[in-house]
Design a protein around this ligand. Structure first.
Ligand SMILES: Cc1cc2nc3c(=O)[nH]c(=O)nc-3n(C[C@H](O)[C@H](O)[C@H](O)COP(=O)(O)O)c2cc1C
Length: 378
């Protein structure tokens, strides 16, 4: 399990790619170079990232776009089948599949995930989510449970999946929600070690679920995310809470990178892509999914939320600047004890090579990453 959690390398700060299976990725922007998330692009991106020594790819399980001029996330590749394709085409990186517990039967999910794990020879990860987007559930004809009960169901769901992965022979599962008889599930995960599991619940119940069950807990970013003290405190809090459940957990976060030769160039592009060309219709659609509309909150508060959402919440903390600045900020979160970060770019393929050429070596010099791509592999 230790090797799986380490993603089979010695990099102190794990760096991954977030959201590349969805159109526009993590940038609700109208700029024409925005991400299309076609399969050939995903494949090229994964090969590039794998060769450069990045550690993982984390997709978003999205079933329905948010509207707006760009139909944000309107085109999305299903995450487990996407992971299978990418695991088959890469050699080192971990690829996550993201599963909505209420939408997938646990035994079907367990088998699909094991299959992907065998394709990747132990490099599959699971992001378990309970769902928050009402419209998606309506589309499936599935009624969302009340918030905290979603995690009660997810607990049983995950217990059943873990049992199917581990238990030899037959077993019955007699839960409050799931009654499974004579379960047999072979093969077991690759090397008889289960895939790493992550979750990113932001509520107290969601966080408790992650700490009880997962290996990695993703926290969304906040304004203080690059302050060493703020981050170190957050990491310490989470780790000590996990210890109260008798568990150790790694803390990860997310962010958006706009890295250019000069600070001015990076700032200008950030303003151009993320603010001046924001797809406000898509942002309104995302907020409406959380029941935040100009009708439910005062107009000034709504305007503020909208701006914050466009600039920080969709993509996470914006790492905007020169390679030195971006490397310093990433190094700061690493020093604070954050184990990894899932990054997005406006156009991943156009921007990743510069990031890998300029930022990764600086992180090696700062001690946050192992020497050469692949050299940290155990
Ligand atoms: C890194 C990260 C990845 C996430 N991936 C998904 C996803 O793929 N699909 C989804 O519906 N929600 C996703 N979420 C949302 C969370 O799973 C969770 O529902 C949300 O943070 C609200 O927390 P709560 O369920 O505790 O209220 C993600 C959140 C983060 C920060």
């Amino acid at each position: 399990m230790r090797d799986r959690i380490a993603m089979y390398n010695d990099n102190t700060l794990k760096i991954g790619i977030f959201g590349a299976n969805c159109s526009s990725g993590r940038s609700a922007t109208k700029v024409p170079e925005r991400w299309s998330a076609t399969w050939p692009e995903c494949l090229r991106l994964a090969r590039l990232a794998d060769e450069a020594g990045l550690d993982f790819m984390l997709p978003i399980a999205r079933w329905k776009g948010y509207g707006g001029a760009t139909e944000f996330h309107g085109h999305s590749l299903e995450t487990i089948t996407w992971a299978v394709g990418l695991l088959g085409a890469t050699r080192h990186m971990t690829v996550f599949g993201t599963v909505h517990a209420p939408l997938f039967h646990p035994l079907i999910a367990a088998k699909e995930l094991v299959t992907a794990d065998h394709v990747g020879e132990g490099r599959l990860g699971l992001n378990l989510v309970v769902g928050w987007n009402e419209g998606e559930f309506e589309m499936f004809g599935v009624t969302q449970r009340e918030h905290d009960a979603r995690y009660d169901y997810a607990q049983e769901w995950l217990d059943a999946v873990k049992q199917a992965w581990a238990e030899p022979g037959h077993f019955d599962f007699d839960g409050q929600f799931l009654k499974l008889k004579g379960v047999r599930a072979y093969p077991k995960p690759y090397g008889a070690v289960r895939p790493i599991i992550m979750n990113a619940g932001s509520s107290a119940v969601g966080q408790a679920f992650a700490l009880r069950n997962c290996d990695a807990f993703f926290v969304a970013t906040s304004g203080s995310r690059t302050s060493l003290e703020g981050n170190a405190q957050k990491v310490a809090e989470i780790k000590s809470q996990a210890q109260s459940f008798g568990r150790d957990i790694e803390v990860f976060t997310v962010g958006q990178v706009i890295c250019r030769k000069s600070q001015q160039e990076a700032d200008d592009y950030y303003r151009h892509a993320i603010i001046d060309n924001a797809d406000w219709g898509a942002i309104d659609g995302m907020l409406a999914n959380k029941s935040i509309t100009p009708q439910t909150i005062p107009p000034e508060e709504y305007e503020q939320k909208r701006r914050y959402f466009a600039s920080h919440a969709v993509g996470g903390y914006p790492f905007v600047g020169t390679p030195d600045k971006v490397a310093d900020e990433l190094d700061a979160i690493s020093k604070a004890g954050v184990r990894g970060i899932a990054l997005s770019f406006v156009n991943y393929l156009d921007e990743l090579p510069y990031f890998c050429d300029e930022v990764l070596p600086r992180l090696v010099r700062r001690g946050a990453r192992a020497d050469e791509p692949g050299s940290g592999r155990v």
